[in-house]
Design a protein around this ligand. Structure first.
Ligand SMILES: [Fe+2]
Ligand SMILES: [Fe+2]
Length: 158
């Protein structure tokens, strides 16, 4: 979640040129999107949404969290923030898995090797290639560009 938050915020600032207070929303959505996952895997996303609604959190943030898995939660990504959390969430975990099997982890990791692993169904098989394709289509941003950005921005997040 910390990695998704860091990449979301960096994307908002550097690629969308948003001001700090807007980028903070992207960070918060990233940080909280899976907050109920460990305790309530069967109700994932519903619980956190209810909690945030009770606390009158910004509806943009709530919608963003609700749309981070359109096939699972039935909420379609609409805003740029929505589409990017869907995209970054899927790829962030995948890239982290790719880093963990390399002796130098993120050091020297390139886009090509990640693209190759994406085409290897057995690698991190739980990451849905279909969702990645779907998210990429919605953002319209080349996969290579997003992968490169994630490698650069989540490497130091622990
Ligand atoms: Fe999730
Ligand atoms: Fe996630």
């Amino acid at each position: 979640m910390k990695q998704v938050a860091a990449v979301m915020k960096a994307w908002a600032l550097k690629k969308e040129n948003l001001p700090e207070h807007e980028a903070h929303k992207w960070w918060l959505a990233g940080l909280l999107h899976d907050a109920d996952w460990e305790k309530f895997p069967g109700d994932h996303c519903r619980i956190i949404i209810e909690e945030l609604e009770k606390r009158n959190i910004d509806p943009e943030i709530i919608h963003c969290i609700a749309s981070h898995g359109p096939k699972h939660f039935g909420v379609a990504p609409e805003s740029k923030m929505d589409k990017m959390i869907y995209m970054i969430d899927e790829l962030s975990g995948f890239i982290h898995a790719a880093a963990l099997v390399r002796p130098l982890q993120y050091e020297g990791m390139d886009v090509k090797s990640v693209m190759k692993k994406l085409k290897t169904p057995a690698f991190a098989a739980q990451v849905s290639r279909e969702d990645i394709q779907d998210a990429q289509g919605r953002t319209g941003i080349p996969l290579e560009e997003i992968i490169d950005f994630i490698i650069q921005h989540q490497r130091d997040v622990r």
